[in-house]
Design a protein around this ligand. Structure first.
Ligand SMILES: [Zn+2]
Length: 116
């Protein structure tokens, strides 16, 4: 069987909880009491079980005190450190072409030394 997205969470991982999708000829494994937690940040406390039919891993989380089984496939991982959010860590000077760290790239960027 192919690797299922959302089956690799571990205890302590932070996630945003999502609503379970409907599965044809199977249960969405959902309770209306779970709605209040959708979109909230939670920490996985343990892998509960593997859901029959779908193969989805079900996890217990902290914010509902382990009351419900949450499908990993519908969770969104929370990036503790977000390297993707750092788009630029420097820029090339348009005059001397030297690379300058911690500078905002722009078509007219000049380094500190070229400006003087
Ligand atoms: Zn320069």
């Amino acid at each position: 069987m192919d690797t299922i997205v959302g089956n690799s969470y571990k205890t302590g991982d932070e996630v945003i909880l999502g609503k379970h999708q409907a599965i044809p000829n199977w249960s969405s494994n959902w309770n209306s009491d779970m709605e209040q937690y959708v979109g909230k940040k939670a920490t996985i406390t343990k892998l509960s079980m593997v859901e029959p039919v779908t193969g989805y891993h079900l996890y217990l989380v902290d914010i509902d005190v382990g009351a419900w089984h949450w499908r990993g496939v519908n969770m969104t991982p929370v990036q503790v450190s977000a390297p993707a959010a750092v788009k630029h860590d420097g820029a090339f000077c348009t005059r001397c072409k030297n690379y300058v760290q911690y500078a905002e790239p722009s078509p007219t960027f000049r380094c500190w030394s070229c400006r003087h």
